[in-house]
Ligand binder design. Structure first.
Ligand code: BV8
Length: 234
């Protein structure tokens, strides 16, 4: 039975764009300057670990130079003030939701500030450069890799996400092109379970047609307004 107040929010690169982090599919985005096959697949890591580690080192460095924007801040405010559960499921690997004060977050595609041991599967908080061959502090193997879900790998905490969707009264998607699965399928999953769906995005996404309501514009304007609207409800 849906919790009458539970909200699940999916975010993508668009919510961090106004903080200065690159998105993926814009004209000058990450995938315009790097082939996915070269930097975001297990085969790429096996073929050219130095290139893959460098790609994520540069993005981890960039993260240290940016701050959350009004959209991240508004979602943290919603979690504090809303009577029911608010879960952020982010495709983003940045830590801007955490730095804005959100606490209930699932990074379904991994995190820049984490290293994963390919030998023992343990994760370590990580800042700075992560070179190929870095030694795992838990098992000692020289097998640390970026804690990133590559294409062809299974996103994290899928069961928990699906349970949260089933129990939600509202599913909101913010700043994502709806190009990558299984995240792009969450709106259909939500609809099939009778959950109300809302899209907040700069422009129509690949999945816009599946949403009950779509609002287009910059997240830093749309998200605070939407949170004010929710919190003004009786
Ligand atoms: C998997 C790593 C099996 C981190 C990423 C059907 C079902 C299942 C799988 C597939 C399927 N079809 C194909 C697949 C395979 C594949 C896939 O989806 N391929 C695509 C290309 C067709 N999926 C996978 O391989 C996934 N794994 O399926 O495993 C499985 C699945 C479930 C259960 C069991 C087994 C793994 C996918 C994860 C890959 N890793 N990234 C990193 O490098 O960052 S994906 C990458 O794309 C990022 O994570 C990113 O978050 C994600 C999505 O991109 P967006 O966030 O949407 O960013 P984008 O630039 O595209 O769009 C930005 C949007 O923001 C735009 O719409 C723009 O208009 C808007 N915007 C811009 N500025 C603003 C704004 N909005 C508001 N305000 C602004 N200011």
């Amino acid at each position: 039975m849906p919790d009458s107040r539970a909200i699940v929010i999916l975010t993508g690169a668009g919510i961090s764009a106004e903080s200065g982090l690159e998105t993926f599919r814009s004209a000058d985005g990450l995938w315009a300057n790097h082939r996915i096959e070269d930097v975001c697949t297990p085969e790429a890591l096996a073929r050219d670990a130095a290139l893959v580690h460098r790609f994520y080192d540069l993005r981890r460095e960039a993260l240290a130079t940016v701050v959350p924007n009004a959209a991240h801040d508004a979602l943290a405010r919603l979690e504090r003030a809303w009577a029911g559960d608010v879960l952020i499921v982010t495709q983003n690997v940045d830590d801007l939701h955490e730095r804005a004060g959100s606490r209930t977050i699932i990074h379904m595609h991994g995190e820049l500030n984490s290293a994963l041991c390919a030998a023992c599967d343990r994760r370590e908080p990580w800042s700075g450069s992560l070179p190929p061959g870095a030694v795992c502090p838990s098992c000692g193997a020289p097998r640390l890799r970026p804690d990133i879900v590559f294409f062809g790998e299974i996103p994290y905490q899928m069961e928990r996400i699906e349970e949260a969707l089933a129990g939600a009264s509202l599913f909101a998607s913010i700043g994502t092109s709806g190009a990558v699965y299984p995240a792009a399928g969450f709106v259909r999953m939500a609809r099939s379970m009778g959950v109300e769906t809302l899209e907040l995005n700069l422009e129509p996404s690949a999945g816009s047609g599946w949403f009950d309501d779509c609002r287009h514009g910059p997240a830093s304007l749309l998200v605070p307004r939407w949170v004010d609207e929710l919190l003004a409800q009786p």
